[in-house]
Design a protein. Structure first.
Length: 86
């Protein structure tokens, strides 16, 4: 199983997440996307083998802060899935 760090990519001023739909449903991803839209421009796509999320912060962040943003999205996603009772 790939490590979480392998599912978070910092690409310039964007953070890309590759989410396994076997563990996280797209409805939960959309809920977290809405929460993050206050601080980022967020795009989410439900692909067959994965859910792709790309975030672009509205203010400049350091590369290490960008990676933390990706981890924070996953934390919120875990909480959203827990709330949905999955």
């Amino acid at each position: 199983m790939p490590k979480l760090a392998e599912k978070i990519k910092v690409n310039g001023n964007r953070v890309q997440l590759f989410i396994n739909p076997k563990f996280y449903d797209f409805e939960s991803v959309k809920k977290v996307k809405e929460e993050f839209e206050q601080v980022c421009h967020v795009v989410a796509a439900d692909e067959k083998s994965r859910i792709f999320v790309e975030m672009q912060p509205k203010k400049n962040l350091k590369p290490e802060e960008m990676e933390l943003l990706g981890y924070e999205f996953y934390n919120h996603l875990l909480n959203a899935v827990k709330e949905r009772g999955q």
